[in-house]
Design a binder for this molecule. Structure first.
Ligand code: TXA
Ligand code: MG
Length: 345
């Protein structure tokens, strides 16, 4: 891949117009650019330009069997990228009016005009409307849907800041729009809606995320797709080993299972950190990073997860030990990412 100079432009209030103009200019000419969303940074391309979409796969080194998420600027654009079947129209209306713009992705039958490469040849498309002001402004100004996977190299940690994108893709893309730190920090929840006669629909959960099971239950029956980490993916793209640091990461279910090897350097990913606790007290850690320092709040842990994973990855330890979190609410999505990060290839 030839080296490109990567510019970073700020998208705060004063510089927003300029950033939007610059990003749209590049997207219109078939380039790919990194944009902030409320979940993680995305590597964006005009979804209706197959060459630009192909470039996304190339820049990320992503296998083309792993489909991309399509982002729309406004609700009516949904019909340009997807077909909403009559039997789930009501449910689609309910969840989109509740959670859009926001971190909920729907898997729907694909519109025939959308290039096949976006969905890796699948008959269905994953679509959402981002809750980021900057992203939506670019989406609307472009007047086209945006295909955007997370802006990391394939299988690596998702970026939640412009600096993290630069580490992942610097030299490969012409522009990173800096919208600050992502407020959710975890990729969107992905569901597929299956109709049921006379009952609330089934929401097949393809990926746990910021919109939790508890939040979705009002509208449908959430069913997790059964999957064993380490086995073949249940859904396209949901590969077991994902979000992975270069340093081996072990999710340590019980403190008593820890058997440190002589001479090896260990870093702890702690939930609350602090001076003591069952995991903090286990070992003379080379480094301890806390997901939610002091208070132990799941929302804060979600926002900081990928940032902390990167910090520990860069700390020069031989192994990262991660403390498990309770699997309720956002804890489900956080534990999903930790399990995937801990799969050894
Ligand atoms: O929060 C997010 O969703 C972020 C931001 C940038 O919007 N995007 C993101 O994209 O996480 P990515 O490419 O890292 O994850 C996309 C995943 C695929 O790996 C796959 O699991 C699922 O979305 N997906 C995409 N199209 C699908 C389809 N047609 N059927 C089932 N799953 C699909
Ligand atoms: Mg990703």
């Amino acid at each position: 891949m030839s080296e490109t100079e990567t510019r970073i432009v700020q998208a705060n209030d004063e510089e927003m117009k300029e950033a939007v103009r610059e990003a749209c200019g590049l997207l219109r000419s078939g380039e790919v650019v990194a944009l902030p969303t409320e979940t993680v940074y995305g590597l964006a391309a005009d979804a209706f330009n197959p060459d630009a979409v192909a470039r996304v796969f190339e820049v990320k080194e992503r296998p083309t069997f792993d489909p991309l998420i399509v982002h729309i600027g406004s609700w009516p654009d949904l019909k340009k990228v997807a077909v909403v079947p009559d039997d789930i129209e009501e449910a689609v209306g309910q969840v989109t009016s509740e959670f859009w713009p926001g971190p909920l992705t729907l898997v729907l039958p694909k519109h025939p005009d959308l290039p096949d490469l976006v969905t890796s040849g699948l008959p269905k498309v994953a679509v959402r409307q981002s809750g980021s002001k900057v992203f939506r402004a670019i989406n609307k100004e472009l007047g086209s849907a945006i295909a955007a996977p997370s802006a990391n190299r394939f299988g690596r940690i998702s970026p939640t800041s412009a600096a993290a994108v630069e580490k992942e893709l610097g030299g490969r893309i012409p522009l990173i729009v800096d919208g600050g730190a992502c407020r959710e920090g975890l990729e969107s929840t992905i569901i597929e809606i299956l109709p049921r006669e006379g009952k609330k629909p089934i929401f097949k959960l393809h990926r746990a995320g910021p919109i939790t099971k508890e939040m979705l239950q009002k509208f449908g029956k959430v069913e997790k797709v059964k999957e064993k980490v380490g086995e073949a993916p249940h859904a396209p793209g949901q590969l077991a080993s994902h979000y992975a640091p270069r340093t081996p990461l072990t999710l340590l279910a019980k403190p008593e299972d820890f058997q440190p090897e002589e001479g090896k350097r260990y870093g702890l990913m702690s939930y609350r950190g602090g001076d003591s606790g069952p995991y903090v007290d286990l070992h003379e850690w080379d480094v301890v990073e806390a997901l939610s320092p002091g208070s132990g709040k799941l929302a804060e842990a979600a926002v900081r997860l990928f940032f902390v994973m990167r910090q520990l990855d860069e700390a020069g330890v031989d192994e990262i030990i991660a403390e498990p979190l309770s699997e309720t609410g956002l804890g489900v999505a956080i534990m999903d990412r930790l399990r995937r990060a801990s799969v050894k290839e």
